[in-house]
Design a protein around this ligand. Structure first.
Ligand SMILES: [Zn+2]
Length: 400
């Protein structure tokens, strides 16, 4: 009997011990849920959501309340904290085994700047505005047009900004809205500055570009003379790509930004039903002046509807008809720059659908704009030639 009692007693003690161990264990794991301890110099990262302010986001971080206030006060010295945007992010570096922070860095999206708040070992706080480092990489791509330049370049991972910069180079020679065809080939070489830390592209610079149709081969390289006086894009003979007239009054870059980031870049067409050119384009498409000049007419006409006439140098005049409306500030006497927005495509006057009626005259006589031969605006000097030829030789093997 005694033996049984002793056994029961021991069993009871064991059960109690087990229970105590389980309860203690639960308490410990509860504690660690409530207070996650950042390990030795652990970095905590948070991304700002569309509903966040910096303050609301920080309140969800492991930082103690008083430190949140200290950091916000310091940040205010460096930047307007109310201007935070979604996808901005920040990083807090914590000291070993505590919620004691060492540094706080705020990275606004799309900026090379970031804001740093630091706690010194004596506990004093400093803040500063800093610049992210850049890594430059060269990108070389070649491709063939399937449906449009935009789609073919995007399919190769070429960024929208690189595509638009490529089109800009040839904007005097080729109208990428109407003149690209399946089978055309392109080569693009550019440098990308990639922001350290964020891995986003801060800037792109085209170094060389080629566009080849079944009729023409356009090639261009970026060159800066050693004295820095002549720089820009030159064809392989050392002539600047710039011309007095743009290739068309509907500019690819303008149209791309008008049609939501060019994801839906419209394929435009033109016809020549008269001695001008009709560009079919959606109502509201931005219209640009093809050259520098002065507006000599901005009025309503029975057949041309709202139309603008611009006088240029050397006896040239251009006109833009059927406009829905004129751009702000366009009136008789206004000076306009090449590429400046002057109006929007419409169907005012005698028009069966939205289109731009574009005409050009030389000394009062209409002629076919598509046949225009334009001299280059600038040519490199013989002194530039040795350096220029080296640049060309570097890229020539990449061209078709
Ligand atoms: Zn017309």
């Amino acid at each position: 009997m005694n033996k049984t009692k002793t056994f029961r007693y021991i069993a009871l003690v064991l059960v109690c011990l087990a229970l105590v161990t389980i309860i203690l264990d639960l308490q410990i794991s509860k504690l660690s849920i409530i207070r996650p301890k950042p390990r030795m110099l652990e970095t905590f990262q948070m991304v700002i959501t569309p509903k966040d302010s910096i303050t609301s986001s920080l309140s969800r971080s492991p930082l103690p309340q008083k430190d949140q206030t200290i950091i916000i006060d310091e940040l205010k010295k460096q930047t307007n904290i109310n201007r935070c945007s979604p996808n901005d992010f920040y990083e807090i570096v914590f000291a070993k085994d505590s919620t004691d922070w060492i540094s706080f860095a705020y990275y606004p999206v799309g900026s090379q700047l970031f804001y740093l708040v630091r706690k010194r070992t004596d506990g004093s706080i400093t803040s500063s505005t800093q610049k992210l480092g850049l890594t430059t990489v060269e990108v070389r791509k070649k491709g063939t047009i399937e449906s449009s330049l935009w789609e073919s370049m995007r399919a190769l991972g070429i960024s929208p900004e690189a595509i638009l910069s490529f089109v800009d180079i040839f904007q005097w020679q080729l109208d990428f809205n109407t003149e690209t065809q399946k089978g055309d080939r392109f080569t693009i070489v550019f440098e990308e500055d990639i922001l350290d830390k964020k891995k986003t592209v801060a800037a792109i610079r085209i170094k060389a570009a080629q566009y080849k149709t079944d009729k023409r081969a356009l090639a261009s390289v970026y060159f800066a003379s050693s004295d820095g006086r002549r720089k820009g894009f030159f064809d392989l003979d050392g002539m600047s790509v710039k011309r007095m007239f743009l290739s068309a009054p509907l500019q690819y870059r303008r149209i791309s930004s008008y049609f939501s980031g060019a994801r839906m870049h419209p394929i435009l067409k033109y016809v020549r039903p008269h001695s001008g050119i009709d560009y079919a384009a959606p109502e509201g498409t931005p219209v640009s002046a093809v050259a520098d000049g002065v507006v000599i007419k901005a009025q309503r006409d029975n057949s041309l509807g709202n139309y603008i006439m611009v006088k240029h140098s050397m006896g040239y005049e251009t006109s833009y008809g059927h406009l829905r409306n004129f751009a702000a500030g366009i009136r008789v006497g206004s000076s306009v720059k090449q590429g400046q927005l002057i109006g929007y495509v419409g169907q005012t006057g005698l028009a069966t659908g939205p289109h731009l009626d574009f005409r050009i005259k030389l000394n009062g006589k209409l002629f076919n704009f598509l046949d225009i031969k334009q001299p280059p605006a600038a040519v490199l000097t013989t002194n530039d030639k040795p350096d220029f030829n080296k640049t060309v030789d570097a890229y020539l093997p990449l061209f078709d």
